[in-house]
Design a protein around this ligand. Structure first.
Ligand code: ZN
Length: 188
């Protein structure tokens, strides 16, 4: 079932997600609905907050993105990231590998048409629980690392505009304010 994607201005986007301790039938249904919703919207990531549910659950799928490479390795062995997509991440955590950071463009399904440069660690180690309740751990870089950090932020009520530098954010202010005003109008 397609879900409505929550836009900026809805308070649920500012809520920290509850941990998911068990993959219940309801959680499985939510995962399936979120996958369908993310694909329909041509997104590469979607957090539960973006469909109105404050849970530590996010999806990432970088399949088919050719201009922005992704890397992934398991136990030190490089793997093809596309073999592991979509990633279903419950209660994910990450740590930066080294000090390398990168500026790159980022968008968000909750901010239609807004696109800005964000500085983030280029390579990270990720741990999470998957859709079968199993622990997973991997290293990733490039677009995949960026997408996972963006989704982790959503799970903690943080939005990409919070991480934009002031000049970039000022340039986008009228677009951001317009989304917020539209959301408030539809909620009232
Ligand atoms: Zn987003």
């Amino acid at each position: 079932m397609l879900l409505d994607i929550v836009k900026y201005g809805d308070p649920v986007l500012r809520q920290k997600g509850e941990r998911v301790e068990e993959v219940t039938p309801e959680i499985r249904q939510l995962i399936n609905d979120m996958l369908e919703t993310m694909r329909e919207a041509h997104g590469i990531g979607l957090a539960a907050q973006q469909v109105g549910t404050a849970l530590q659950l996010a999806l990432v799928d970088v399949t088919g993105v050719e201009d922005r490479p992704s890397r992934m390795s398991l136990d030190g062995e490089p793997v093809n990231p596309e073999d592991y997509m979509p990633l279903i991440l419950l209660n994910p955590e990450w740590t930066a590998v080294g000090d390398a950071k990168e500026d790159n463009g980022e968008g968000c399904l909750s901010f239609p048409e807004v696109y800005g440069e964000i500085n983030r660690p280029e390579e990270i180690d990720v741990t999470a629980t998957d859709e079968n309740g199993e622990s997973v751990a991997f290293r990733c870089g490039g677009l995949l690392a960026r997408a996972i950090q963006h989704e982790w932020d959503h799970l903690h009520g943080i939005l990409f505009i919070d991480r934009m530098d002031a000049i970039v954010k000022a340039q986008l202010k009228s677009e951001i304010d317009a989304i917020q005003a539209e959301t408030k109008k539809t909620m009232s």
